[in-house]
Ligand binder design. Structure first.
Ligand code: FAD
Length: 474
């Protein structure tokens, strides 16, 4: 029997009214939302289908000291805490818990320092990813991690999920960009970890542990992030394929050839058509799949890299290959890929998954996805970060399909998808996180002994279990 993906909201516990009285008296400067309509708006994140709880209240602190005091008070009154950025998460990590205090980092949205000499930026967690990119770009620098949601998601959320994105294939995921963190622990203690050192191996690696822990081990109140010199404008290529397998072979071929493009993204035919319906980009709607390949190497090296990628695509069977004529055209093509999920949402009830496999096994994963969708007669649009082996098969159901029928079909298809990824040596989540929607699969993937170690860590750092309970670990 496959595990059930969705869980009921955690129950209320502790003395919520006393907590609110104490916050109002001790922290009168903290904006506190207690009206039902405001609390309702923090009930969900992007995992709209997930049963969620209504927060007791939402606090919007301005400083680390306020966050620490809020957490201390929550511990004293035994009220759970849900840290929240922009709520664009796709695993329910920031969704409301019944009776919990949601701490939203919206107001802690300042870029504190750009350090040219050390190529780093110090930032508060509520800064939107795109705003951070813009701030450092204005000084000729580049912050690499770029989730497709970069115009709305926050750095705190990116750290919470260890977000990936469209250029991670070359520059790594969020964790790879972190040099230092300031965090508030479950008892309100403030820790400063790492800092400006590029190399630092003193003691256990707490930063890698906390990044991606989805607000279950600590709250991030400041981050020191690695920057690079701004790369040159990109050379951009779009290759269309007669079959999904051919596109998968091209990904494997590009990797085999040792080419490391800055972007290597895939869209299947359902996604191509959905994107073209909405954005009229003139894509080849008859192609079974397309790959977006970009190089940001300097000068002629970019053309040479894209030439090599095109050759690998042709060997794999690409038909039409187009190159962006200028930066504007390249932006459109990239934007088309970024908007893939929204475009599929316009076609019906869309549910995005997030499986990953070793890159050489992408062709087999694509084949498995097609077979699963056909077996369950569910439309699927697959797109994603093919260069990372991370795909987002998105099941699209008719809006008129009864909820229980849709849920049963989805549940079965999803279980088979996860099994297929695991059989290929992959993962049930490449970047969205276990959150509230995949805890049972964590045990299936990692095994009980490894999950027992995770539980021991959680117990050591949050013995009361007040930080985002029920997320990551069931
Ligand atoms: C259209 C679309 C495209 C997307 N594309 C990508 C993509 O390419 N790559 C990718 O990785 N994700 C993607 N996502 C998912 C999502 O945008 C990312 O997970 C993002 O990192 C979430 O940021 P957020 O600010 O919205 O965080 P939230 O959703 O608010 O929170 C996410 C998690 O982080 C925790 N958290 C938030 N702030 C803090 C903090 N200060 N301290 C500790 N924990 C905290 C929360 O508790 C929660 O568990 C996409 C989502 C959408 C809707």
């Amino acid at each position: 029997m496959a595990p059930q993906p969705e869980a009921a909201p955690a129950p209320v516990r502790g003395d919520g009214p006393a907590l609110l009285r104490e916050i109002s008296s001790r922290l009168p400067q903290v904006k506190l939302l207690t009206e039902p309509v405001d609390r309702e708006s923090y009930r969900r994140d992007e995992t709209a289908y997930l049963p969620t709880g209504l927060p007791l209240a939402v606090a919007l602190p301005d400083t680390t000291e306020q966050v620490a005091e809020l957490v201390r008070l929550c511990a004293r009154f035994d009220v759970p805490v849900v840290p929240r950025g922009a709520g664009t998460g796709l695993s329910g990590g920031a969704a409301g818990i019944e009776g919990a205090l949601t701490i939203a980092f919206t107001r802690m949205n300042r870029v504190l320092e750009i350090d040219h000499e050390n190529l780093l930026v110090v930032t508060q967690p509520g800064v939107v990813n795109a705003d951070l990119k813009k701030a450092v770009a204005a000084e000729g620098l580049f912050y690499a991690p770029d989730p497709a949601s970069y115009e709305t998601c926050t750095i705190g959320g990116n750290l919470g999920t260890n977000a990936g994105g469209l250029c991670c294939v070359k520059y790594g995921v969020t964790r790879d960009a972190v040099l230092g963190l300031e965090v508030v622990m479950a008892d309100g203690t403030v820790l400063r970890l790492g800092g400006r050192n590029v190399k630092d191996v003193a003691g256990y690696g707490l930063i890698p542990l906390l990044v991606g822990s989805q607000g279950t081990l600590a709250l991030v109140t400041e981050a020191t992030l690695r920057l690079r010199a701004a790369p040159p404008p990109r050379a951009t290529l779009l290759a269309f394929f007669p079959s999904l397998e051919a596109a998968g072979e091209a990904v494997a071929g590009i990797t085999r050839a040792g080419i490391v493009p800055v972007t290597l993204e895939l869209m299947d035919q359902t996604t191509i058509r959905a994107v073209d319906d909405v954005h009229r980009l003139g894509l080849d709607r008859d192609a079974a799949a397309t790959l977006l390949v970009e190089s940001d190497l300097p000068g002629t090296a970019a053309v040479a890299e894209v030439d090599a990628a095109e050759a690998a695509c042709r060997v794999a069977g690409a038909g039409l290959v187009v190159r962006a004529q200028d930066a504007t055209e390249a932006d459109w093509l990239r934007e088309g890929r970024r908007l893939a999920y929204r475009a599929l949402e316009a076609q019906g009830v869309a549910r995005m998954e997030d499986v990953g496999v070793p890159r050489s096994r992408i062709p087999e994963l694509l084949q498995a996805i097609e077979q699963i969708a056909a077996r369950h007669r569910i439309r699927v649009g697959t797109f994603g970060h093919a260069g990372d082996g991370n795909l987002h098969p998105t099941f699209v159901l008719g809006r008129d399909e009864p909820d229980d029928v849709a849920a049963a079909r989805l549940h079965a298809a999803r279980a088979e998808l996860f099994e297929a990824a695991l059989q290929l040596g992959g993962t049930v989540t490449g970047e969205h996180g276990i959150g509230a929607v995949r805890p049972d699969w964590l045990v299936r993937q990692r095994g009980e002994p490894a999950v027992a170690v995770m539980r021991a860590i959680k117990q050591a750092l949050d013995p009361q279990g007040i930080l985002n309970p029920g997320r990551v670990l069931a």
